[in-house]
Write a protein that binds this ligand. Sequence first.
Ligand code: ZN
Length: 337
Amino acid sequence: MKKISILAAIVFLVLYIIPTLSLQYFEKKYPSKKTEVEIAESNDSIISDDNSERRNVQVYDVNNNKVITIELEEYIMGVVAGEMPAEFEIEALKAQAVTARTYLLYKLKKNTTNPEQHKEAPICTGIHCQVYYSKDELIKKYSQEWYDKYWDKIANAVTSTKGQILTFEDKIIEPLFHSTSGGRTENSEDVFTAFAPYLRSVDSPYEANSPKLTATVAMPIAEFVEKLKGALGITDLTVQNLKDKISLLEVSEGGKVKTLQVGDKVLTGREFRSLYNLNSTNFKFVQNNNTIEIVTTGYGHGVGMSQYGANGMAIEGYNYQDILKHYYTGVKLMTYK
Ligand SMILES: [Zn+2]
């Protein structure tokens, strides 16, 4: 009798308590009719009717400095509208909807015990997390005509992927994305410090439609030198010796500058990008008489999904699942219920 009850306790612990603990916060935020959160493969997923209940999410509104409560899928619509041009192909918008939902759940889980920038709620409406616009804000930002033209399309991208998120080895991923990679995305550890197995450098071949594919920042060489001297705290850099003093040290797999040598100092590509307000760290210099041109390729940090690359894939006939699996290595698309 005693043995049976010990066995029962172990079975209870393994089958119920342990999985419940790991999903505790998730469950707390998303109470379901079922006793635990189920994550099912979405390839065969038709989201069941019992998933139709409203789930609210608390979001810190950066414009009004207060926490607002929004229905989860409606929040995702406002993020898709805020983060991707509505003119994009529907499959690209669906991919953005899945990343927006994944990021929300990632933040909700991550910030439970350690809120960083906004203690009031685990996610905010600003660029710090992911941009969200309410319907009123969208009409104000664009126009009523814009809203009438695009809202149904955005809503469709969200409802047709309802509940779908990206996971890697059963954990919700941090689905980083950017505007335009410039032809190849970056390994996460080459841009940020953390290695993520699903944020690998991959080709991004369909970005020709991106208005941010290349850009040029031009300035007098003297100004370029002064900025660099100020940033590095060096004095022995001049217009004349610049060519000898500056060189590339490391280039990432995605083609972006990781580090530069300037005199005896080392500058990261990100520091250089920020110093000259560049679109990306994929850059080269062209000297033209007294002017220097810094030509950049791509726009953004280059990690994860390229939005213009996603739209290019959609134009080529790929669906949102193809797009997500291309940009996020080894992920599974799941549906939470
Ligand atoms: Zn935030």
